[in-house]
Design a protein around this ligand. Structure first.
Ligand SMILES: Cc1cc2nc3c(=O)[nH]c(=O)nc-3n(C[C@H](O)[C@H](O)[C@H](O)COP(=O)(O)OP(=O)(O)OC[C@H]3O[C@@H](n4cnc5c(N)ncnc54)[C@H](O)[C@@H]3O)c2cc1C
Length: 494
């Protein structure tokens, strides 16, 4: 049995704990069964945003006439787009693997890991040694056992498929395969109104596919603030036929396509047809393949690992991070959690020692997220619904993007919504509009590193005439600072 200071199962964000450990002179092992870098690089964030960028370009050209510019999209080489994206992201995963292999004090085991006991992990190595390198950690089909003084579980998640009647016999896509199609389907039924369904609905719709987007709730992206989910639902209607408040009840094969019966809350059924079907109804943690029954590690009903606020499981020395914890299923959250686990394992340790004594705890209050539809969405903190459920007193303002001159120039429907306590503490901010994912950042910094009040944002100088002036205008609206100079160009539309 090979012994390591730290054994990491899952080479997404988890591998960052291993590299941090080697900087301390510790010996680490990373077990990974797929491309290095995890879902984000090859099946998630990056390829989906690379596709969406193309949709944005097409959409801009199609809408150019309103700016007085006569332009048209003549041709889109769809297969060329997806193969170029595939090459980029898999190339990045290969480079990441090479750099891990070249690093001292870390060994990469290519295969599937599962627990034998609390701190021992068996790895079923890949059958075939690949061109990734021919050492014993990379092929042969044998099983090796690794003993870790600490073990980090970072095995991520995978798409779930709901038990819709007929689904077992249907030919359907999930986000794992929808990103790299060689041909764009002429029509597509998407079941799932969360952020992945909404982003892919926007992408395929803007590229010209006839999309039917089905969501169970009465609004798309229902976890967002209600003003945001209303805006996303309305904007997605420009790209897709949106069926909110509908549940898919039956799937059947058709002539060269698929039929999906969807039912409303009052039992009215509609039959939707598409060349392809994409199921985007959520993800489940990959904990069911880990033989957790051999350990004292516990999961909740959805399969997420139970951890304390230092991200340690109920078993001493076994830590978890990322989608497998599931509190914030985003790449930047998994990276943040990797930092917390690294600090807790390594901060107090002498070089060459696994520590585990530090007390870094997670704090998700200023954890942002974004949705890359058109317009984009970005949020941090609480929604107004959450504040109301908790009977928290708050003030709120919603200022449209055209308060900023650049917002007016872009003719966008976006807005910035700010929620604050009566003493000015920022409780939440929700942005819908171009570059929302970037604009949210100053609010995150104010919440995380500033005094956390509206004056942190309203009292900072903003570049003129940048879109950040829309954020400035919204925070200024809730600030009591005198001598405001925030712009207001909303009268142009009057
Ligand atoms: C379509 C899509 C779009 C997304 N867009 C965004 C976005 O824009 N922004 C954002 O922040 N997040 C986005 N996400 C979410 C993001 O990808 C995840 O939150 C993030 O990848 C989680 O990181 P992780 O390290 O926990 O898991 P992963 O990145 O999934 O890494 C886990 C790794 O463990 C490996 N593994 C699993 N089981 C085993 C085992 N038993 N043995 C060995 N290896 C194993 C897997 O192969 C995988 O490589 C998106 C996800 C999808 C699907």
């Amino acid at each position: 049995m090979d012994a390591y200071d730290i054994v990491v199962i899952g080479g997404g964000s988890g591998s960052q704990v291993a590299t941090a450990a080697t900087d301390r002179g510790l010996e680490a092992a990373v077990i990974e069964r797929g491309p290095l870098g995890g879902a984000c690089i090859t099946r998630g964030c990056v390829p989906s945003k690379a596709l969406i960028h193309r949709a944005d370009v097409v959409d801009e050209i199609r809408g150019a006439a309103k700016t007085g510019i006569d332009a048209e999209v003549n041709d889109v080489d769809y297969g060329e787009i997806t193969s170029a994206i595939r090459e980029t992201v898999y190339g990045k995963a290969d480079r990441q693997e090479r750099s891990l292999r070249e690093r001292e004090h870390v060994t990469l085991y290519r295969g599937e890991g599962r627990f034998v006991d609390d701190r021992t992990v068996a790895v079923d190595l890949e059958e075939e040694a690949t061109d990734r390198g021919g050492d014993k950690t990379n092929g042969g089909g044998e099983t090796v056992e690794l003993r870790g003084e600490s073990v980090v579980v970072a095995v991520g998640s995978r798409p779930t498929v709901p038990p819709i009647d007929g689904i077992e016999d249907a030919d359907y896509l999930t986000s794992d395969d929808a990103l790299f199609l060689e041909e764009r389907p002429d029509s597509l039924v998407i079941v799932g109104g969360g952020y992945i369904g909404a982003e892919l609905g926007y992408f395929f719709g803007a590229m010209g596919t006839d999309v039917s987007l089905v969501g169970r709730s009465d609004r798309l992206v229902p976890r967002e603030d209600h003003e945001v989910s209303d805006a996303v639902t309305e904007s997605l209607e420009r790209y897709c036929d949106v069926y909110t408040g509908h549940e898919a009840t039956r799937v059947s094969g058709g002539d060269g396509g698929v039929g999906v019966e969807v039912e409303s809350a009052d039992n009215e059924a509609i039959e939707l047809e598409g060349e392809r079907l994409l199921i985007a109804t959520g993800r489940r943690p990959n904990t069911d393949t880990l033989s957790l029954e051999e350990t004292g590690i516990e999961t909740d009903d959805a399969g997420h690992l139970e951890v304390d606020d230092r991200l340690e499981t109920g078993v001493d020395g076994v830590w978890a991070l990322g989608d497998v914890v599931g509190t914030q299923p985003y790449k930047h959250a998994a990276d943040y959690e990797a930092e917390i686990v690294s600090a807790n394992l390594l901060e107090e340790s002498e070089v060459g020692d696994v520590g585990g004594d530090a007390e870094r705890t997670v704090d998700y209050d200023a954890m942002p997220h974004a949705i890359f539809t058109k317009p984009q969405v970005a949020s941090v903190g609480r929604t107004s619904g959450e504040l109301e459920d908790n009977e928290r007193e708050y003030e709120s303002t919603t200022v449209s993007f055209d308060a900023a001159p650049l917002g007016m120039i872009l003719e966008t429907d976006g807005f910035v919504k700010v929620l604050a306590a009566p003493d000015g503490e920022i409780l939440g901010c929700h942005i819908v509009g171009p570059q929302a994912s970037t604009l949210i950042q100053e609010v995150v910094v104010a919440m995380e590193r500033g005094s956390g009040t509206v004056d942190d944002v309203a009292g900072s100088v903003h570049v003129h005439p940048a879109l950040s002036e829309a954020v400035y205008a919204a925070f200024d609206d809730l600030s009591s600072r005198p001598f405001s100079t925030a712009p207001d160009w909303r009268d142009v539309a009057d």
